[in-house]
Design a binder for this molecule. Structure first.
Ligand code: ZN
Length: 217
């Protein structure tokens, strides 16, 4: 077997990870590629350029991982686990939270969907009208739904299989149903913000073995 990579010849240029530039080693082994990361590939901005293996399966995988790492930082997720796992965990948690809020919103009576903030009155000859704002649960639901869309998109961009993304979303929904059933049977008010916080946090603690299964595939 002939070693072609990773076994640098004496005096050869050491490998350099891609950053803003591709950093692949030029054929003369004397300088690094100055092309922008991912130049000419479908992952512009990350990893090697097309000429330096960026479009090979391994080059694509490496770029997806770099992208996932950056997304993890952007979303403020834990960095002590695989970045793709961190994203899928966040997706599951958010999907669970959306399903949880959706049920609460569906149970709100129509007249309570908007609430008055402040009171109507007058002072110094001016009249002040109370503002009408959406119910806090409705606002949370809308925010969280947008987050879910963003996270799902990020997961796909970071190279996570669509099937795995779908499974995580379904699991989140399922857990939300179970939790809601338990809260109802125990007569606990699911609209209590403190309850909501505990529920959301616990969607993260679920270990489905998905990560392990994915690692074996
Ligand atoms: Zn290059």
């Amino acid at each position: 077997m002939v070693a072609t990579d990773g076994h640098a010849k004496p005096g050869a240029l050491p490998k350099r990870a891609p950053a803003a530039n591709c950093n692949g080693r030029r054929a003369n082994e004397k300088s690094y590629c100055k092309q922008a990361a991912g130049h000419g590939t479908d992952h512009v901005g990350y990893g090697r350029c097309k000429k330096h293996g960026g479009s090979t399966p391994n080059g694509k995988k490496a770029a997806a991982k770099l992208m996932a790492e950056q997304m993890v930082v952007g979303y403020g997720l834990p960095r002590d686990i695989d970045p793709q796992d961190a994203l899928i965990e966040e997706l599951r948690r958010t999907a669970g939270h959306v399903a949880y809020l959706q049920k609460l919103v569906a149970d709100i009576e129509d007249q309570d969907l908007h609430g008055q903030v402040g009171t109507t009155g007058s002072s110094e000859g001016k009249t002040y009208l109370a503002k009408s704002e959406p119910n806090v649960l409705v606002a949370m639901y809308q925010t969280e739904r947008k987050m879910l869309e963003r996270i799902a998109k990020s997961c796909i961009e970071a190279g996570i299989e669509e099937r795995r993304v779908q499974i995580a979303e379904d699991q989140g929904k399922l857990f939300a149903q179970v939790v809601q059933g338990i809260l109802k049977d125990l007569n606990i008010d699911a609209t209590d913000p403190d309850v909501g916080k505990v529920v959301r946090r616990n969607f993260t603690l679920i270990d489905t073995g998905q990560s392990a299964a994915a690692a074996l595939n």
